[in-house]
Write a protein that binds this ligand. Structure first.
Ligand code: ZN
Length: 256
């Protein structure tokens, strides 16, 4: 069930667009112009910015091998033995790719296996990293894989986390205002669809080490993260306060 008004409107717009497009094939020039004008009007009459977003499916390779590698990861890292690499979404994790273009970012996630360059995390499994969504620098939103399948994007929490990657990041090039707006919309879409308790930046993931959701078995398997930056998180959090996400737990060292 979709609870969110903006999403419903988008669905209606897509439907109308489909009907109008079908009609365009069967009409003369004048009618065609009127229909195009109607379509433009419908696209603009959403008044608020939600109507400007559409999720475009652009799937990465999720073949039988990736599925098996995902199941291996869940078993080895989390001691989860399941038939499907499914997640129970409780958390949204925002990231930056630190790769400047959409294509190169997509190409980093598309292969099923980790490339040799990722020796730092390869010992923890061959499954390549990925995320459910990739947000372009102009705010376009691409869905790379089904929302309920597990992506490898955050140590310890992948079994409950929906990942949103943003093209670029770091200082060069910094994330854009269009990406902030698109992330806000996407968080609203996801939080309306799933029972999401936490919205976090990747740099905050180690705060969950003693949390019931944390599942990574190896206390030595950690990476240092700064993405997507504190300013980016503050902007997205301030705009999504109505969801009352739980506060990020305070960091406690689990070791000794
Ligand atoms: Zn990240």
């Amino acid at each position: 069930m979709v609870k969110y008004g903006g999403t419903n409107r988008i669905k209606i717009l897509i439907k109308l667009e489909g009907l109008l497009c079908a009609a365009l094939f069967n009409t003369g020039n004048m009618k065609r112009i009127i229909l195009i004008a109607m379509l433009a009007f419908l696209a603009s009459c959403g008044t608020n910015k939600e109507a400007a977003y559409l999720i475009v499916d652009r799937p990465i390779n999720f073949d039988a091998e990736r599925r098996e590698l995902s199941l291996d990861y869940m078993r080895e890292r989390y001691n989860l033995h399941s038939k499907d690499p499914k997640i129970n979404p409780k958390m949204i994790v925002l990231h930056w790719t630190a790769i400047p273009t959409l294509e190169a970012s997509f190409n980093a996630f598309d292969p099923v296996k980790l490339p040799g360059a990722r020796a730092d995390i390869k010992k923890a499994g061959d499954l390549n990293v990925s995320a459910h969504f990739l947000v372009h620098r102009n705010g376009e939103i691409y869905r790379l894989m089904p929302e309920r399948l597990m992506a490898r994007h955050v140590i310890g929490l992948n079994h409950v986390a929906i990942g949103v990657e943003n093209v670029g990041g770091t200082e060069d090039p910094p994330l854009t205002k269009a990406q902030i707006d698109a992330n806000i919309w996407l968080v609203e879409y996801l939080a309306s669809k799933y029972d999401i308790d936490y919205l976090i930046g990747h740099y905050e993931y180690t705060n969950f080490e003693n949390h019931p959701l944390w599942k990574e078995k190896d206390q030595a398997y950690r990476t240092q993260k700064t993405d997507p930056g504190e300013d980016f998180m503050t902007a997205v959090r301030n705009a999504t306060k109505k969801f009352n996400f739980k506060p990020v737990p305070r960091f406690k060292t689990s070791e000794k």
